[in-house]
Design a protein. Structure first.
Length: 235
């Protein structure tokens, strides 16, 4: 059971050439300098972009196979997606934002809401409007919203990059909690090595559209060595 991603696609003058198998548990971090292709991979997994020469499957279900003309629409992939910017609806309360997708019945909704609010410590914010929240609070609500769709896979695209250092430190423990409590796999895009060290089980380094290494961090393998490599100096 895993996420398989095979892409050989030209986007403008950028060539994305990846062949990856990501674990079906834990956090896999896509790490690399700006423009190395991290978001392109994530968007392809989510089905937000349809690239040529692509094969994507998750736990044996094919999401895209360009050779066979197969394409599963994004909403059928059962994915939760957290973007850099929390993207909450400004005219809806936190609770209305959380329940917006409306995929669960009333009973499930109420249980799931209590569960994610506890996990991300946002119970006290439920009646507030997004405009009155701090950046870290907004991002916690966005993560909770993604979880409420009961995804089988959580994709996070630099969820902390819009936050200042203090807010980052405030939210990282919640992400560590997610890691411990969720049974679903998380693909986490970041160009911050400290974030990756704290949160990821596996680090995939991308450089100029190619995978240069895939390392298990759970046994504290050589991360210093990897990050010391010259190609990461620019990150
Ligand atoms: N729709 C597109 N058409 C053409 N080129 C694109 C398109 N989207 C992205 N690219 C190019 O693909 C390359 C990789 O972009 P991508 O956003 O995947 O990188 P990234 O590693 O996520 O960067 P960052 O950390 O800055 O977000 C970049 O050179 C970008 O300009």
């Amino acid at each position: 059971m895993c996420l398989k991603l095979k892409i050989k696609a030209l986007r403008g003058d950028f060539y994305l050439d990846v062949d990856l198998e990501l674990a079906s548990t834990g956090v896999s971090a896509l790490f690399g300098a700006s423009g190395s292709g991290k978001s392109s991979c994530l968007r392809a997994i989510a089905g937000l972009d349809s690239l040529p020469n692509t094969l994507i499957s998750f736990n044996q279900e094919v999401w895209q196979d360009t050779q066979e003309g197969l394409w599963l629409a994004p909403h059928k992939r059962e994915i939760g997606y957290v973007f850099q910017d929390a993207s909450l609806f400004p005219h809806l309360s936190v609770k209305q934002n959380l329940l917006f997708s409306g995929q669960l019945n009333k009973q499930e909704q109420s249980e799931a809401l209590t569960e994610v609010c506890l996990l991300l410590d946002i119970q006290h914010l439920i009646n507030r409007m997004p405009g009155s929240l701090s950046g870290g609070e907004r991002q916690r609500v966005a993560i909770a919203r993604a979880l409420l769709s009961k995804p089988k896979l959580l994709l996070m695209d630099e969820p902390l990059s819009a936050l200042d250092t203090k807010l980052k430190q405030e939210i990282i423990p919640y992400l560590e909690q997610l890691h411990q409590h969720l049974s679903i796999p998380i693909v986490y895009v970041s160009h911050d090595i400290d974030e990756v060290k704290r949160l990821a089980d596996t680090m995939i380094v991308l450089e100029k559209g190619q995978v240069v290494s895939q390392t298990s961090l759970s046994q504290n393998q050589n991360i210093e060595l990897i990050t010391a490599k010259p190609y990461l100096k620019a990150v």
